[in-house]
Design a protein around this ligand. Structure first.
Ligand code: DAH
Length: 369
């Protein structure tokens, strides 16, 4: 009986190995047919051939499972399911390929010998580079970089800087005032009821720092020396042209201590410029008399550079009225202050002729710095 059965089994069953081999060659055929399909019609024909629900070859192979020995059936079933998944995935890939290429491409065109795409490295904006360099140089001279708000009140932008109510610098045509008279009153006004504005100069930070220092003094904290620089945006309603822009940057410097003189101012500015323009030993700084409400005396600062004199900013000895406004005794301490335009210095250095180029964000321009 045992032998007879085995003879019968030999005659009518399919061995597991054969079944697996058949499925493997079916999978390979299907993969090839789907890969070779050059258009959706060819793909559909291949689909019917292999995955067709009634007469597909996968269906036929499934029927063969009935002839596998019973103990081998679970393995055969697992194999069948795996192959079915592989074939369906190959079909999905071919479908996606034809959809993406509009049916024109036979194989996914990926040439591994092509050079890679270069990574575009970002860089700091030339103004940011200039600011960082200025901060670094002034830092070496002992000046701490501080920041102040861009929305300022009347006190810090004008009043404490000795700019009286009647001064033309307060003209609404020269400033971005924020206040608007509305149903709820004066919107955008400061604590004193006067309109806030986008700061028109970084000299505002002088006042904030000195107020802070005097507040600390009262609390037994830091006293002069005050030695700071402040770099940041300022705003003026100028029409943009090659040399004007409604927003630009300034560097403001302030030193207050016992016995500070104009000679200290000149030395600091000369050392700063010598460092900034590449350690030029014979760089000279020239002062021309000028006027600013917050300094007395006031000067325009020129340096000789590349054979000519060039104006770099304004400066002077902090006006006693300013020292008094922040609670210092002008009989006890003196100070100097200076202010320079960052764009102007960067533009001369890099031969930039139009300030608007700095703010158009054209990477072809910006990538040069
Ligand atoms: N705040 C001035 C301006 O915006 C620049 C300036 C001049 C600043 C003289 C100073 C200074 O600190 O002493 O034009």
């Amino acid at each position: 009986m045992v032998i007879g059965l085995s003879i019968i089994g030999y005659s009518f069953t399919v061995s597991l190995q054969d079944f697996i081999a058949e499925l493997d060659s079916l999978a390979a055929d299907a993969q090839g047919a789907f890969d070779d399909a050059e258009d959706t019609t060819a793909l559909e024909a291949a689909r019917v051939e292999f995955l067709g629900a009634k007469a597909g070859r996968l269906k036929a192979a499934q029927k063969g499972m009935g002839s596998v020995d019973k103990p081998d059936k679970p393995t055969a079933g697992q194999k069948f399911n795996a192959v079915k998944k592989t074939i369906e995935a190959a079909f999905d890939t071919a479908t996606a390929r034809l959809n993406n290429s509009g049916g024109s491409q036979k194989h996914d065109a990926f040439d591994v010998t092509l050079p890679g795409k270069p990574v575009q490295l970002g860089r700091l904006h030339p103004i940011t580079q200039t600011i960082n360099r200025m901060k670094e140089i002034m830092g070496r001279l002992g000046f701490t970089a501080v920041e102040g708000p861009e929305i300022e009140d009347d006190w810090h932008n004008f009043e404490a800087l000795n700019i009286p109510l009647s001064h033309p610098a307060r003209d609404p045509l020269d400033n971005f005032y924020l206040a608007t008279a509305g149903a709820q009153g004066n919107i955008g006004a400061g604590p004193d009821g006067k309109p806030l504005l986008l700061r028109s100069q970084t000299s505002t930070v002088q006042i904030r720092v000195m107020e802070q220092a005097t507040a600390n003094t009262v609390a037994g904290g830091a006293k002069p020396p005050v030695r700071i620089v402040s770099l940041g945006r300022v705003y003026r309603p100028d029409t943009a042209d090659a040399t004007h822009y409604p927003m630009f940057h300034q560097i403001e410097g302030l030193l207050v201590d016992h016995g500070v003189t104009m000679a200290d101012l000149k030395s600091v500015l000369r050392m700063f410029c010598q460092s900034y323009y590449g350690d030029i030993e014979d760089l000279h700084v020239r002062f021309r008399p000028s006027f600013f409400p917050f300094t007395e005396p006031s000067v325009e600062v020129d340096i000789n550079w590349r054979g000519g004199w060039m104006e770099i900013g304004g400066a002077g000895m902090v006006d006693p009225n300013v020292l008094r406004a922040v609670g210092y005794d002008p009989e006890e301490v003196t100070g100097f202050a200076f202010g320079m335009g960052v764009e102007r210095i960067a533009m001369r250095q890099h031969h930039i002729t139009d300030i608007r180029d700095l703010y158009t964000n054209d990477v072809r321009f910006l990538a040069q710095f």
